[in-house]
Each structure stands twice: as structure tokens, then as C-alpha cells.
Design a protein around this ligand. Structure first.
Ligand code: CUA
Length: 358
């Protein structure tokens, strides 16, 4: 049973997401693929809009012009007109021309976006869709993260980031409304897309193909950064976390008395890490450099460098993190992380340890 406090928190999170979705306005593109796709969309709207106005006007004209007038004999047929070559040629040829224009323009834009090949210096990423989160791999940097994709900004039209899209389970769809169109993410197949965010900022996106219970909470964000900031981010992400539990002797008890004050701190940090590693967290999660090497869930190596938990389901704060570790099923019902029924002490230790993963 969900408590009123949790329900309230979920409602707040949903409202925040709605606000974000308004920001992710596909009619305000900020990357070249999204820009050219918007132009095709506007051309299509314009042509179909004119067709709608013409057809609707003719229908209205016919309704009013040929309505029954007072005193008219209902049984008398109006003048019968049989065929008109000019009209038939016109309503065959004009639609064919319109279809040719729309097909031609769409094909040119699709080919232009899809056939662009990555120039040198392009950042290559692999994004893997999971139920219900995104795994993000930077093969050239040895970085593995989740849900928040850091990329450098790109000069207009210069492909800054090239993405390979794969799925670990079912069909998802990768969509960043302001950066590029939707691309399906399909098991046993690699699809490609590229982005060149024109200015730094956070770009919101989501899974756009129904993929199960928590499809709506399979959100993502792209953080576009100036090259220097991006470099700084990669340096931090490449840092491994220390395995400090080695400081605990086999007996399990730390001899802190002889080690002074610094050792007291070390001991609590080591105990927290030991608690984390003794629980089944490590069967699914990796913390690079430590004994935790599970592959099923998101990599937690630099968890605290992200701003959300559960694929943007909730903000990453101390209280939210504690709630999430305690009972992810309350916050994201159906998600594949079980509630481990930790004691309060274990919960404190695990959260304290996670909060050191900067
Ligand atoms: Cu993944 Cu919907």
C-alpha cells in the first residue's frame, strides 16, 4: 500500500515531468536533424492545410448554394451533369503532383540525416534500452553510465555525437524532441542516429514505444556541454572508486584505537562499503574498482554525478535515494529492482556509501 506521503511525492515528480515535457518542444529544434525534420513537417502542414481549407470551403459552398429553397418541389430532380474531362484530369494530376513533392522532400531529408557519416573527432556512443532505463556506453573513454547522456555541443551541421542504439530486451524508441526524430531501438539490431546540440543545456527525451509497465518512466536527458566541461566530466567518470573494505581485517572488527582519528572516518566508510557489498545490490550493480560487478542494473560508479534516480523517475536527493533503496516498487511499481527489506541500519549504511560515489 502506497503511503499518502509517497503518493504526494510521485504527484510532484509527475508535475515536474509535465513541465519538462513542455520544455522538450519539438517545434523549437536545437540540433540539425530536428531542424530539417521540422521543416518537412511544416511544409506538410502547409500543403495539407491548404487542401483542407479548399475542400472544406467547397463543401460549405455546396451545402449553402444547393440547399432546398422555400417553395421548391422536393420531387423535382435538379439539372443532371454527366462527367467533365477537365475536372477529372485536374483532380487526378494535382494530387499526384502533391504526393510527388511530399515524397521527394521527405526522402531527401531522411537520406540527408541517415546517410551522414561521422567525421573525425565525432564522439561515438552506444545507448542500450532496458526495461526501464537507458544504459550509456562511451567505448573510446571506457565509461559506462545511465539515463543522463553527456555530450559536447557541436557547430551547426557538424555531427558532434554519433549514437548506436541497441536493446537488451524488447522494442523501445529513443526520442529527443529538440535534437532528433524518434529512432526505434530493436533487439538483435543496431540503429543509428546523430545529434549536434547547438548550445549547452539539458535536453529532455523519453522512450516513445510502449515497452511495458514503466514505459512512461523511461525518461532520459542529454546534457550538452562546452568541450572543456565535457572533458572534465569524462575525467571524473573515468576515475575508479577505491576498494576500502580491505582495511577491515578478516575478523570483521576494525582496530581503530591504534590508528587515530582519520582511521575512525575510514572505518565508518569501510563499514558502509562492506555493508553494500554484503547485500545482493552487487549482483546487479557495478561500482568500478570495487567488488561490485553486477551487470543487470545501472552502473553506479558515479551515481552522485547524476541528478535523477530510476531513469528520471525522481530527483536524486538524500531522502529520495533512501526511499528508492528501501522500496523502489513504491516509486516505480513493476521496475526490476526488488525491495530488499533492509534494516534501518543497513539502509543508512548503503545510502551513506552510495553518497560517496561522486
Ligand atoms: Cu522503453 Cu517504452
Amino acid at each position: 500500500m502506497i503511503s499518502p506521503a509517497t503518493l504526494c511525492m510521485l504527484l510532484q515528480a509527475q508535475t515536474a515531468k509535465l513541465r519538462e515535457f513542455r520544455i522538450a518542444d519539438m517545434f523549437k529544434p536545437l540540433a540539425s536533424p530536428a531542424q530539417s525534420e521540422k521543416e518537412v513537417a511544416m511544409l506538410t502542414f502547409a500543403i495539407t492545410g491548404v487542401i483542407f481549407v479548399v475542400v472544406a470551403s467547397l463543401i460549405c459552398y455546396a451545402i449553402f448554394r444547393f440547399r432546398r429553397k422555400p417553395g421548391e418541389d422536393v420531387h423535382q430532380e435538379p439539372a443532371q451533369v454527366y462527367g467533365s474531362n477537365q475536372i477529372e484530369v485536374a483532380w487526378t494530376v494535382i494530387p499526384i503532383l502533391i504526393v510527388f513533392i511530399l515524397v521527394g522532400v521527405s526522402a531527401r531529408v531522411i537520406a540527408g540525416v541517415q546517410n551522414a557519416s561521422p567525421p573525425k573527432n565525432t564522439l561515438h556512443l552506444t545507448v542500450i534500452g532496458h526495461q526501464w532505463w537507458w544504459e550509456v556506453v562511451y567505448p573510446d573513454y571506457g565509461i559506462r553510465t545511465a539515463n543522463e547522456i553527456h555530450v559536447p555541443v557541436g557547430a551547426e551541421g557538424k555531427m558532434a555525437t554519433y549514437l548506436q542504439l541497441q536493446s537488451a530486451d524488447v522494442i523501445h524508441s529513443f526520442w529527443l524532441p529538440q535534437l532528433a526524430g524518434k529512432t526505434d531501438v530493436i533487439p538483435n539490431r543496431t540503429n543509428y542516429m546523430w545529434i549536434d546540440p547547438h548550445r549547452p543545456g539539458v535536453y529532455f527525451g523519453n522512450c516513445a514505444e510502449y515497452c511495458g509497465t514503466q514505459h512512461a518512466n523511461m525518461l532520459l536527458r542529454v546534457v550538452a556541454q562546452e568541450p572543456a566541461d565535457f572533458k572534465q566530466w569524462t575525467l571524473n567518470q573515468q576515475r575508479k572508486q577505491p576498494q576500502i573494505t580491505a582495511a577491515i581485517p578478516a575478523g570483521g572488527q576494525l582496530q581503530t584505537a591504534s590508528l587515530g582519528n582519520g582511521a575512525n572516518q575510514l572505518s565508518s566508510a569501510a563499514r558502509n562499503q562492506a555493508a553494500f557489498e554484503s547485500l545482493s545490490c552487487v549482483n546487479c550493480h557495478t561500482v568500478q574498482g570495487t567488488a561490485a560487478n553486477g551487470k543487470f542494473g545501472p552502473d553506479l560508479t558515479h551515481l552522485m554525478s547524476r541528478s535523477t534516480i530510476g531513469s528520471n523517475a525522481i530527483d536524486l536527493t538524500h531522502d529520495n535515494l533512501r526511499k528508492w533503496v528501501d522500496s523502489p516498487q513504491d516509486l516505480k511499481p513493476g521496475c526490476l529492482m526488488p525491495s530488499l527489506k533492509l534494516t534501518n541500519r543497513e539502509l543508512d549504511q548503503v545510502v551513506a556509501y552510495l553518497e560517496t560515489l561522486q
